[in-house]
Design a protein around this ligand. Sequence first.
Ligand code: SF4
Length: 425
Amino acid sequence: MSQTLLQELRNGQVPDRLKDLARKENIDIPVLIKNLLEGTAVVLGYRTGRGTMVVGKGVTTKVNANIGASTLTSSVEHEQEKLRAALRARTDAVMDLSLADNIVEIRKAILSESTVPVGTVPIYEAATMARIKRGAVIRIDVGEFFECIERQMKEGVDFVTVHCGVVRDLIGKFPPEYRLEGIVSRGGAITAAYIRNTGRENPLYQYYDRLVELAEKHDCVLSLGDGMRPGALFDASDSLEIGEQVILGKLQRRAFDKGVMVMIEGPGHVPLHLVEKSVKRIKRLTHNAPLYLLGPIVTDIAPGYDHITSAIGAGVAGMSGADFICYVTPSEHLGLPTGQDVFDGVIAARIAAHASDIAKNIPGAIAWDNELSRARKALDWDKQIDMSIDPETARRIRRERSGEGACTMCGEYCVFLVLKDQKDK
Ligand code: SF4
C-alpha cells in the first residue's frame, strides 16, 4: 500500500508537489510541513490533483460551496449549472450533498467537471440505497455503508464528511427533543434515527478503525461532521454539541496517528457574541485541527438573506481561527438553491474569508485592498473592477449607471475630483 502524504512527511520525504503547493499558498515549506505534521493543516485534492490546496494554519481561509439534489428536485444538469456557478464565483471546494435517486450519476458528473476538490457525505448514498431497497432511510446496511465509502474514495472524492460523533450514549443522556430545533444535520438526524430504531451504535463510531483504514488506503481527508450542530441560536453550545466535540477530538487523534489528515466541522447557528468563544473551544477540544464551519448563522430571523447572516458569522469565525468556511445561500431554510443563489453564496463567503484573512494578518491579504483603493482614488475603473471580488457584478452596475469619469453617486462632487482640483489650484 502506498503511503499517505502525512506518512511520507513523517518519514522525512518532501514531495516536489508539496513544495509547489507551498509557493502557491505563499507559505514557507518548513512551516507548511510543520503544520501538516502537527495536524493543524491538511491538503485537499492532493491525490487527485484537482485544485490542490491547503486548509488550516498559516494560509488563507478557504471557501466551500455545497451543491447537490434532493428527492423532490433532482437533475444532473441543474447540479452542473450550480457547479459552474460556484466555480465562476471562485469557490475553493465543492461538496455534493445529493440525496436523490440519481446520486451516483450526479456525483460522477461533478467529479468529472470540477476543477476544485470535491467532498461528499457517504451516509447520503447509504441512506438512499436503504430507501430504495428497503423502504426507509434508516434501514442502513452497515456493509453497504462501508462499500459506499470505499466506492466514493475510489472514484476520487477528496474529502468525506463522516458523522462519527453521534453516539448512542450521547443521545441517550441528552435527548435532542429538549432542544428548540432538535437535530438539524441531515447526517446527524439519519444516524440518530438509526441508533434509536435499531438500538445499535453508530457504525462509523463502532467501526471507526475500518473507516480510518479506508481513508489511509485512499489518502482521503476525513472531515469529522457536526451531526449535533445547533440549528437555532437557542441551542448553541449545549451539551449535545459540546459532547460531540469532545468525542471528535479523540477520534481526530486516532486517525491522525495512523497518517490520515483530519478536519473538524463546526456549529451552524451561533449568536455573534459566542462565535469567537465557540471557535476557540472547538479548536482546544480537537487539537487545533483545521476547523470547517457552516456559516455560522448569527440570527435566525432572516430567511432569504442567510448568505448575509452567515457571512457575518464567518468573518468573526475566520478571525477567531476557523480555516474553511462553508457558504450559505439566500435559499437556505427555504428551498434548493439556484445557480444564482450559489454564486451569491460563494461571493458572500469569500468576502467574509478575505476579511478574516486581513484580521489574521495572512501575508498578502491587505495588499489586495490597498491596490484596489489606489485604483479607486485614481478613478481607474477598469482596474478597480478587474480587482473586485465579483467583477461581473461591479462591471454591470458601472455600465448601467455611470459613464466616463466620476460615478453618478456624487457626480461633480466626487471627493477624488474635489481634492485633486484643490491640489491642482
Ligand atoms: S462619485 Fe462619489 S461614489 Fe463615485 S467614485 Fe467619486 S466619491 Fe466615490
